[in-house]
Write a protein that binds this ligand. Structure first.
Ligand SMILES: C[S@@+](CC[C@H](N)C(=O)[O-])C[C@H]1O[C@@H](n2cnc3c(N)ncnc32)[C@H](O)[C@@H]1O
Length: 426
């Protein structure tokens, strides 16, 4: 019998994610630091694969469980979901998997362990049906798969689904106050010593990529900031060198402010507003840690109107985050068409308020990590009716430009998706 800590931990973590709306990656980070490398990787894999295959797995459970799926005790439902992921997705030794999970459930509820045993063994005996529907096969909500097909074509929908199931690498940018070469050497040597592959980019200029997190390579915390390729690249949209005052309207945890301040040699002053109190704390810590000049304010940026006018307004908008679901699959499971509509309205309010606080000749930099038109270029129509502006062409490599907007295609770049537009107020 092999009741591993990782299985119990997976159950505990996924209970919190699936039943209490918690986010996966902070829980994983917290719990996996206590485990050795092999166990950590197993825990991560099992958690991610369960979430990424949830729709498919739930379809299977609904075929083999004769009762009401929604009425299953949450603990039993999660145990079934994880055990089936081990069996059907990770293809681990069937009877060992069954025995372990039955034993785990038995510790809490003997009756339920019989149910789990029956379902798992029945599935092993009869095998699972083939689903014709791509959205079930790839575990993408039906409404979203249809929307992707409708808006971007069938090929894109399928490639997006495949991208979702691929393993995301870590991207980070180096952070140095003095000698860049020394920091680079330390980082590259640490990865080399551990035999962890590491790629260095020429664009964005401070970017590294690896399937191993910098802390696994024992890199000093002050030397790096984990930030996706797309988030680094978008900050090179334009050379903001004459900018003095910036309002980063929706700013926590501060990644964009930090990058901007770094690119401009800490010569700008940034007003950073953030709605959520918990995130303001992290934002303040980052402003202090990286010595960003400016002010951090807990405020609703749709309402807040600062007294002064700004040269640059950054709106890294709250969005559906569909471009980040490879790393945050729980976002996909919680998103709905209604939520997208609501987010689009919130973004519209942020843009309107941002334009009011912008100097004539100043720039509004609108960014999202999603792909829906209504959250991206769709906003142009609304702005056109209210303000005079022109779209500024991105000064980034061509593969990151689409119709004069910044667009990082996560499938092509092996990264998150990101959209950006820079509007000059006339
Ligand atoms: C995409 S994140 C920003 C990420 C940040 N720019 C970075 O690079 O680290 C969007 C942020 O907007 C915040 N937010 C949402 N609605 C807001 C509002 N009305 N006013 C201010 N901040 C808001 C969210 O809490 C979230 O922290």
């Amino acid at each position: 019998m092999n009741i591993t800590d990782e299985r119990i931990l997976t159950l505990f973590i996924l209970q919190r994610v699936l039943e209490e709306n918690a986010f996966l990656s902070p829980l994983l980070l917290y719990h996996s630091k206590k485990l050795d490398f092999k166990k950590r990787k197993f825990l991560q894999k099992l958690c991610y694969e369960t979430l990424k295959n949830l729709i498919f797995i739930d379809h299977i459970i609904k075929i083999f469980y004769k009762g009401k799926f929604d009425k299953l005790e949450p603990f039993v439902r999660t145990a079934l979901r994880v055990s089936l992921t081990e069996l059907l997705i990770l293809k681990r030794k069937p009877y060992a998997v069954c025995d372990s999970w039955v034993e785990i459930v038995k510790k809490r509820n003997i009756g339920a362990s019989k149910l789990v045993n029956g379902i798992l063994r029945n599935i092993l005996r009869k095998g699972v049906p083939e689903f014709e529907e791509e959205w079930i096969k790839y575990s993408i909500p039906r409404w979203l798969f249809k929307k992707l097909e409708r808006d971007f074509g069938k090929d894109f929908a399928l490639n997006f689904a495949k991208w979702y199931h691929s393993e995301p690498p870590y991207y980070f940018r180096i952070y140095f106050k003095g000698d860049e070469n020394k920091v680079r050497q330390e980082i590259e040597n640490s990865y080399l010593k551990k035999d962890f592959p590491l790629s260095r980019f020429s664009f964005p200029p401070y970017c590294y990529k690896s399937f191993y997190h910098p802390w696994e390579a024992d890199i000093e915390e002050n030397y790096y900031y984990v930030q996706d390729f797309s988030s680094q690249a978008v900050m090179h949209y334009y050379d903001f060198k004459n900018i003095k005052y910036v309002w980063d309207m929706t700013s926590a945890p501060g990644g964009k402010s930090l990058y901007l301040s770094f690119l401009l040699n800490n010569k700008v002053k940034i007003l950073a507003t953030e709605l959520r109190k918990g995130r303001v704390k992290i934002l303040k810590e980052n402003f202090e840690k990286y010595r960003i000049k400016g002010w951090v304010v807990n405020a609703d940026a749709t309402q807040f109107l600062p007294e002064k006018e700004f040269d640059l307004i950054v709106i890294d908008a709250p969005c559906s985050g569909l471009g980040t679901i490879r790393k945050k699959p729980e976002i996909l499971l919680r998103m709905t068409p209604e939520k997208i509509k609501k987010l689009s309205r919130l973004q519209e309010k942020l843009i309107d308020n941002g334009f009011k606080a912008l100097k004539k000749g100043g720039y509004l930099f609108y960014i999202t990590c999603t792909i829906t038109r209504e959250e991206n270029q769709g906003h142009i129509q609304n702005i056109a009716g209210k303000f005079d502006f022109e779209l500024t062409e991105p000064k980034v490599p061509e593969f990151l430009i689409s119709n004069n907007y910044f667009f990082c295609n996560g499938i092509e770049m092996d990264s998150d998706f990101m959209f950006g537009m820079l509007l000059k107020k006339l």
